[in-house]
Design a protein around this ligand. Structure first.
Ligand code: FAD
Ligand code: SF4
Length: 510
């Protein structure tokens, strides 16, 4: 019996039970494909990071004695399409059994089911052995419930997996320390130097160019610094524990003109490619905390655990509960086009300029930049969620649809009508001013709503509330803001709306 086992680019889990034994009759198939580079335009660093990680993974498998067929992107015999590659390998290697790990994207799940239905060989799907939860666990947990509150799901996960628990009670006698995690960064504590990895990306980069893959964004061969092997991912995890965890929670929501990463872990690529499992990340971080309780407070570690045990598993559950309809939702009926400056960073708004330029330079922005700067602006200017989604899916190193889509279309654009968030994440400039030093360095005046140099976020915020007030009329969490809108002087509101229309119609000037 000869087996062909497919490994997709985000299935680099070396701890998977598939690899426990070496079997000469089992061939692992890995392929860099245009099918995967072209479904949306990707940041060059994202393509390089995935291909390099796949190559390192294949080399590791081979060094352990496993049989591997690997198609590089520029190889002449690469059919660039999953179905063609699988069929060709089955014929060429006289395969009797085809096996794959369940993909995390709906698109690939459907494609693999279709491929298997036409194969003459037997086929079988396996779990990826990566997540804490199955695809359906969230759906089962919320069965019969109207509100899918993340906090409820998170508490269940803490109890079920016994993370940061003392018996049945949460460690620190509180489930959530979110309120403590809102400091502005003013250089109070130094930010440690970045960890650096020694890797050569020139070969992969040349092949991507040779294969004419369309990408965007910047890459510097000397500065490329994403971990692309399990060994480097583990180093990044240790680095986070030793250097960044002490202030992770404190500055989780902070933004700063000179600090791109602050105390964020940058572990999302390592986890989303499955080189690291969420369980080992959480367990390592919690163990480190327990060994260093004199230096690290519970609010730092709880903040971090909530992102992974809570949010990451939660958005995956929402994705599988709501797909495929979720990808088409546009509850607020937004239809504007994505501004051209999303591809250049050329805008006078310092917050947008910093967050976009950083995304184009690093293929990374941290959560609050994604949510409260770029996402906030996209929603306030009422951009079509398809365009917002395509940008987010392409630009970030960690963007894979199962996690990108609920975050972008749901949490950030409210296009799902509130399945994921109980109110839209919109704000005027004052929130941005509170959490960053952006406004102090901006062309616009954060205190002004409709003057010549009024902060566009202020104008657009009140205009958004006014345009969507019917939609949110019964949303209690929006009550206070809608009441303020009602009390606004009509002349002032008219001026705001006029200015907001000018911004939306002449967006590239701003
Ligand atoms: P840290 O701040 O160090 O957090 C630790 C880990 O928690 C992250 O690595 C990540 O795995 C997890 N995490 C934190 N927040 C979330 C969340 N909301 N959903 C899922 N996991 C979370 N994350 C992605 O992995 N891929 C995406 O495509 C993606 N798109 C996003 C789009 C928008 C509009 C928003 C608001 C958020 C998005 N996120 C996405 C979530 C989050 O912004 C990133 O996971 C995080 O910025 C990655 O950087 P980090 O590893 O330094 O995170
Ligand atoms: Fe952004 Fe407005 Fe502040 Fe400028 S003033 S940085 S546009 S929030």
């Amino acid at each position: 019996m000869k087996k062909l086992r497919l490994l997709l680019g985000d299935q680099l889990n070396s701890q998977h039970s598939w690899f426990e034994n070496v079997d000469k009759n089992t061939i692992y198939l890995m392929a860099e494909m245009q099918q995967e580079t072209d479904y949306v335009k990707h940041h060059i660093q994202k393509v390089v990071a995935f291909f390099l990680s796949m190559r390192n993974f294949a080399d590791d498998l081979k060094s352990k004695g496993h049989e591997v067929i690997y198609f590089k992107i520029s190889a002449e015999n690469n059919a660039q399409d999953l179905e063609k590659i699988i069929t060709k390998c089955i014929e060429e290697y006289q395969i009797s059994h085809f096996e794959y790990q369940l993909p995390d994207e709906y698109r690939l799940d459907k494609q693999l089911k279709n491929i298997c239905s036409t194969l003459k060989t037997e086929s079988k799907a396996y779990d990826t052995e990566h997540f804490y939860t199955s695809r359906t666990e969230l759906t089962e947990f919320f069965e019969g419930k109207k509100l899918l509150l993340m906090e409820n799901f998170y508490r269940m996960m803490r109890k079920k997996h016994h993370v940061l628990m003392q018996g049945s009670q949460p460690e620190g006698n509180q489930w959530n320390f979110d309120k403590d995690n809102r400091l502005k960064y003013k250089g109070q504590v130094p930010i440690p130097n970045e960890i650096t990895f020694n890797q050569n990306i020139e070969g992969v980069l040349n092949e991507i160019e040779k294969a004419n893959i369309t990408t965007f964004g910047k890459i510097d061969v000397k500065k490329f610094n994403w971990p692309t092997s399990r060994e480097d991912c583990l180093k990044q995890l240790d680095y986070f524990c030793e250097n960044l965890l002490t202030h992770f929670g404190d500055y989780e929501d902070a933004m700063h003109t000179d600090q791109k990463f602050l105390f964020h872990s940058r572990l999302s690529f390592a986890m989303n490619s499955k080189m690291l499992s969420p369980k080992e990340v959480v367990e390592t971080v919690v163990a480190f905390y327990h060994e260093n309780e004199d230096d690290i407070t519970i609010s730092q570690v709880e903040g971090f655990v909530r992102q992974i045990l809570g949010w990451r598993e939660y958005v995956r559950g929402i994705y599988w509960k709501e797909m495929p309809n979720y990808a088409q939702m546009n509850a607020l009926e937004n239809h504007n086009k994505l501004p051209a400056f999303y591809w250049t960073g050329k805008t006078k708004m310092t917050c947008m300029q910093k967050a976009i330029s950083q995304s184009l330079e690093e293929a990374y922005a941290h959560h609050i930049q994604r949510l409260m700067i770029i996402g906030n602006f996209s929603l306030l200017t009422q951009i079509h969620p398809d365009e917002v989604d395509a940008w987010y899916l392409g630009v970030y190193i960690d963007a894979i649809e199962w996690v990108e889509l609920p975050n972008t279309r749901g949490m950030s654009q409210y296009a799902d009508g509130g399945i994921l968030a109980t109110k839209p994440y919109v704000s005027s400039g004052s929130y941005i001013n509170k959490m960053s030093n952006y406004c102090a360095n901006c062309h616009y005046n954060v205190k002004d709503k409709f003057g010549e140099k009024a902060c566009p976020f202020n104008t657009l915020y009140w205009n958004f509330l006014d345009e969507k007030k019917q939609y949110f009329a019964n949303n209690q969490r929006m009550g206070m803001m809608l009441n303020m809108l009602k009390k606004m002087n009509p002349e002032e509101l008219a001026k705001i709306k006029e200015k907001a229309n000018h911004i939306i119609e002449n967006i590239e000037q701003y």
